[in-house]
Design a protein around this ligand. Structure first.
Ligand code: PHE
Length: 335
């Protein structure tokens, strides 16, 4: 009897699944199973042995059933543990973090420019990007055949409507819509047919205008100085150079000391020690006349700057295209 149980134990030792266990159980305890057969053999025995034999086989059967049910339980536990192990969650693993959004460098610079001028009591005005040729050129003292139109490689929409080439037409719009005295800046997109490391067909400008009875070039110089020192740092040296714009007279260009060589001369500043940063001047009488103002009464100052250029010089960006590609590796520097 013990031999049978030992053999049984041996036989199921390596079994790891319920299917095979069931099969072996049937071999012992099934209808034609080994132990079942032993029990049937009882009929062939003489009467006096039947009782003993019966008890013996029955306890063997019970013993075998116990072994099977224990093994069955064991396999089920094992399977359960295995699947628990496989599906285990590591709750100590840190979650995936989302990258935090941040302002685009152009918006950082735009906000800074706006902030400085708001601090000087300028208001903010906006004009359309699709503009009349009349406002973009003619009324700014640039009639049809004016050679200064050449500097602006213009995208025309039809004969007299275009994508504005500068923010100066906002001067005309505000002059026509508002009552002086005026003091405003006008940020926005402008368009020119030009594309290389320092030119983009779409870029941003900030226009500025002051209109009052008594304003002079010295006010302009003062405001430009305050603004540029605030933006580039108190130590920044400036240079005002005579220049030409059809809509201002006199006109000037303002340079800042080169941010790379600090004035010694390098490739960025073409060995001049200075970088051109904005255009400005006293509003031309023809602009006032075009907008219906008496230039004997009203005086004006105007300036305009490129936002990309300001950003590139402030952050040392050497290719304007970086500002429009939205490469995350570039943008995250400004986060
Ligand atoms: N509109 C000029 C430009 O695009 C800049 C400017 C504005 C110059 C106002 C003088 C006064 O280059």
């Amino acid at each position: 009897m013990r031999e049978i149980l030992e053999k049984l134990n041996q036989g199921i030792k390596e079994i790891r699944d319920l299917e095979n266990l069931k099969r072996i159980k049937a071999e012992y305890l099934g209808k034609r199973g080994y132990i079942t057969k032993l029990l049937k053999n009882i009929s062939t025995l003489p009467a006096e042995e039947k009782k003993n034999y019966g008890e013996m086989i029955n306890s063997l059967k019970k013993e075998a059933e116990k072994i099977f049910s224990q093994k069955n339980e064991g396999i089920r536990k094992e399977i359960e543990n295995l699947s628990l192990e496989r599906e285990k969650l590591d709750i100590s693993l840190p979650g995936r973090r989302y990258a935090k959004g941040s302002l685009h460098p152009l918006n950082i610079v735009l906000r800074e420019i706006e902030g400085i001028f708001e601090g000087l009591n300028f208001s903010i005005e906006e004009g359309p990007e699709i503009e009349y040729e009349l406002y973009n050129f003619d009324m700014l003292n640039m009639p049809k055949e004016h050679p200064a139109r050449d500097m602006h490689d213009t995208f025309y929409i039809d004969e007299d409507i275009l994508l504005r080439t500068h923010t100066s037409p906002v001067q005309i719009r505000v002059l026509r819509e508002k009552v002086p005295p005026l003091m405003f800046i006008s940020p926005g997109k402008v368009y020119r047919r030009d594309a290389d490391v320092s030119h983009s067909p779409m870029f941003h400008q900030v226009e500025g205008m002051i209109v009052d009875r008594k304003v002079s070039f010295s006010h302009l110089k003062g405001i430009m100085t305050v603004f540029l020192r605030e933006f580039f740092g108190e130590e920044t040296r400036l240079r005002f150079r005579p220049s030409y714009f059809p809509f201002t007279e006199p006109s000037a260009e303002v340079d800042i000391q080169c941010i790379i060589c600090r004035g010694d001369g390098c490739r960025l500043c073409s060995y001049t020690g200075f970088l051109e940063i904005l255009g400005c001047g006293v509003v031309h009488p023809n602009v006032f006349k075009a907008a219906g103002y008496d230039p004997k009464i009203w005086k004006g100052l105007a300036f305009g700057m490129g936002v990309e250029r300001m950003a590139m010089l402030k952050y040392g960006i050497n290719d304007i295209r970086l500002l429009f590609e939205n490469d995350y590796r570039f943008l995250k520097i400004f986060a």
